[in-house]
Each structure stands twice: as structure tokens, then as C-alpha cells.
Design a protein around this ligand. Structure first.
Ligand code: TYM
Length: 372
């Protein structure tokens, strides 16, 4: 698939993504070095310093207000359709870092309704199971329970519904079709759904009775929802939520044709499954060892390299060396995969331990409305 044909929507990500073109197409802005310098500790933050979180809407406005003492809250989410993979964890780990950086409150939305509506094969029981499973991963990331509330749509709808209704009344079917590509066979729940994803962007203002700025960290695939949210915000008397967008960690299986979930590493995978996926991964390597030694390989298209870059090699000089050794042919794919495995396995083991502990802690994180 040529670069021009990549696809990024809230429900499908495929092809080799041209992130600069996406900024143009979506009408977002690049995070500039000047903007980065206004975020405390940005140069120690892997995701910011490496441009993994690279695009935004109104982050400058948010930071100006913050400097003047105006606190904001964070809002992010998960559509619980299956187990959590490493790609999902990227915005969550980053959100946790933002929580510390700005001492911010967080609403975490579990859109079990969304996954039920958009995935033909899933029942409400399936999405409910996935919600529980995914919440363990979320808690395992280390959010502060005194500042974090998890909203489960089907459970907490009462607190979202009046906000969602006000949003929905201002979004026409033709806007929903233009933004999301819906047609006459789309079920009507899916058409309404974006109003539910908008609601947490205003929930704190509702609860506080005064406007509170909101920052949404997410993968860039979720931006279309928030274009709608931002469009309706002024008419409803709210601030537009600010956004900070991350790049998508590719799956391990297929180079250019790969979509996000392809051979992804799930937090519920066994070590043996992880090993198998990594050792079978597509790479930017050549077809023979001789060729690779002579001509070098291509880390830019290699999902193994991207796993180092996005998360698993925090040391910039080591990352640079891996890149250079791959290019020169000094590093072969087998060795590089084994190195990755030696980083992934302890990461997953630590996460599994935290996930186990999370089973006892769910209650601390559940959203409570005033009347619960
Ligand atoms: P979902 O469950 O598809 O994804 C959860 C979060 O993970 C991001 N993401 C990725 N980031 C990097 N690499 C990847 N391969 C990758 N795959 C997914 C997504 O962008 C998202 O941030 N509708 C949403 C749930 C939601 C939400 C939100 C997300 C509700 N409110 C507010 C973000 C912000 C969904 O299905 O996400």
C-alpha cells in the first residue's frame, strides 16, 4: 500500500502512516520545540523528546492558562473489545506522566457501549468482560487513585447522558457521515455514539459548576471524535478541550500492510507467545545475511525498531546505536529481536505483577456520581 493510501480512523488504522500529512489532513498543529520548552520535564520524557506525541490542538492555550494558575484535568479512554496491547499502553503511560507533571485529575472512559455497537460479533457480556480485564491494565499503569476516576459508559451513563444529549442535538447526521464515513446501513447507536465520547470532555465543568480546561491525550486515530466535540463546545458554553496526539505503534507482523492490532503484544500473552511473535516479526531486513552485512537494513520501516523507539529503549544513545548498526549491516535481525525480547519480557512481568495487585484495587478507581 503506497504511503498516500494509509488510513487512520477511530476504528481502523492501516498502511504506512505519513504523520505530517495527517496533521494537515486533520488540521491539527505540530508540537514545536518552543511549546515543548513550556512543559515541565519535557526533555526527560521519552514520548515528547522523541516526537511520539507530536501533534496537538490548543495545547498552547492550555499551557498559558496553566502558567497563570489555571488547573486543567486530563481525559482519556479505552474501547474494551479485547485484551490490552502495548500500543494502547503508550497513551496511558504518557497520561500517567502528565498526571504527575501537572498534578492533574483524570477521567478515564471505558466505552463498552462503543465496542458493542461497532463490532458485530461482540455481545454486551463480551464488552463487560473486556472492561474488567482492561481496567486491570489501566490501574497497573500506576495512576493516582485519589485523582483518577474510571467511567464505564453502561454503568455511569446517568452522569454522561444529559451532557451527551446536549452535544447530540448540535451534531447533524450529515456531519457524522462526513467525519466518520457513516452510511444508511450504519446502526443508529453508532451514529449517536460520538456524543457519549464527547461527554467526559465537559464532565468536570458540569460537576464543578464552572468551566475547567480539559486536556485529552490519545492516539491520533481518535481525533475525529474530538473535532466534533470541539465544534459544539462554544455553543454549549464550555471550553474546547485541548488535545495531544500520539503516533501509532505498528503491529509486528506486516510492514506496510500492517494494521495496529496485527501480531501486537498483548498484556495477557504468555512469555512463549511473546517470544513467538517477536521471533516471527516482519523487519526492515534483507533476504540473506550476506546481503544485510553488505547493504544494511531499514529501521524506518521495521516494527521491531519501532518497539524500541516507542517504549522499550529509554536510552537515546543506545537507540541511536541500534539504528546506525542496523543501517550499516553490523546488527542482524535475529540478534536485534533477541535484544527486544530481553527488554519486553521483564516489562511484561512487572506489568503482570501490577495487574495482579490491581484486582484488589478496582473500587478505589471507580467513578462515583453525587448520588452513588
Ligand atoms: P482504543 O481502545 O481503540 O484505544 C485506546 C487508546 O490507545 C490508542 N491506541 C494506540 N496508541 C499507540 N499505538 C497503537 N497501536 C494504538 N492503538 C490504540 C488510542 O488512540 C487510544 O488513545 N474510542 C476510544 C476510547 C475512548 C478514548 C477517549 C480514547 C473514549 N474516550 C478519550 C482516547 C481519549 C477507543 O476505542 O480507543
Amino acid at each position: 500500500m503506497p504511503k498516500e493510501e494509509f488510513k487512520v480512523t477511530p476504528w481502523e488504522v492501516k498502511g504506512e502512516i505519513d504523520y505530517d500529512r495527517l496533521v494537515e489532513k486533520f488540521g491539527t498543529s505540530h508540537i514545536t520545540p518552543e511549546l515543548l520548552s513550556r512543559m515541565p520535564g519535557a526533555d526527560e520524557n521519552l514520548f515528547l523528546r522523541r516526537g511520539i506525541f507530536y501533534s496537538h490542538r490548543d495545547l498552547d492555550w492550555l499551557l498559558d492558562n496553566y502558567r497563570r494558575g489555571r488547573h486543567f484535568y486530563l481525559y482519556t479512554g479505552r474501547g474494551p473489545s479485547s485484551s490490552t496491547h502495548l500500543g494502547h499502553m503508550i497513551p496511558w503511560i504518557f497520561t500517567r506522566q502528565l498526571q504527575v507533571m501537572f498534578d492533574a485529575k483524570l477521567y478515564f472512559q471505558m466505552t463498552d457501549d462503543e465496542k458493542f455497537l461497532f463490532k458485530d460479533q461482540l455481545t454486551l457480556e463480551d464488552t463487560s468482560r473486556a472492561t474488567y480485564d482492561n481496567m486491570l491494565d489501566i490501574i497497573a499503569v500506576g495512576f493516582d487513585p485519589s485523582k483518577t476516576k474510571i467511567i464505564v459508559d453502561t454503568r455511569d451513563i446517568k452522569s454522561l447522558y444529559t451532557i451527551a444529549l446536549r452535544v447530540a442535538k448540535r451534531v447533524t447526521f450529515s456531519t457524522a457521515k462526513a467525519v466518520f464515513g457513516f452510511n444508511n446501513s450504519t446502526n443508529i447507536g453508532s451514529i449517536f455514539y460520538t456524543a457519549i465520547q464527547s461527554a467526559p470532555a465537559f464532565i468536570e465543568s458540569e460537576m464543578e459548576g464552572t468551566n475547567v480546561p480539559c486536556l485529552i491525550p490519545c492516539g491520533i486515530d481518535q481525533d475525529p471524535h474530538f473535532r466534533v466535540t470541539r465544534d459544539v463546545a462554544p455553543a454549549l458554553g464550555y471550553y474546547k478541550p485541548a488535545l495531544i496526539h500520539g503516533k501509532m505503534l505498528p503491529g509486528l507482523s506486516g510492514g506496510k500492510m500492517s494494521s495496529t492490532g496485527d501480531a501486537a503484544l498483548y498484556t495477557t500473552d504468555s512469555d512463549a507467545q511473546i517470544r513467538k511473535k517477536i521471533m516471527n516479526a516482519f523487519t526492515g531486513g534483507r533476504s540473506t545475511v550476506e546481503e544485510q552485512r553488505k547493504l544494511g537494513a531499514n529501521p524506518d520501516i521495521c516494527p521491531v525498531f519501532h518497539h524500541y523507539e516507542f517504549l522499550l529503549e529509554p536510552d537515546d544513545s543506545k537507540l541511536k546505536k541500534t539504528y546506525a548498526d542496523c543501517r550499516s549491516g553490523a546488527l542482524l535481525c535475529g540478534e536485534c529481536k533477541l535484544n527486544l525480547l530481553s527488554k519486553v519480557l521483564p516489562f511484561m512481568q512487572k506489568h503482570r505483577d501490577n495487574r495482579e495487585k490491581a484486582k484488589e484495587r478496582l473500587d478505589e478507581f471507580m467513578f462515583r456520581s453525587g448520588d452513588d
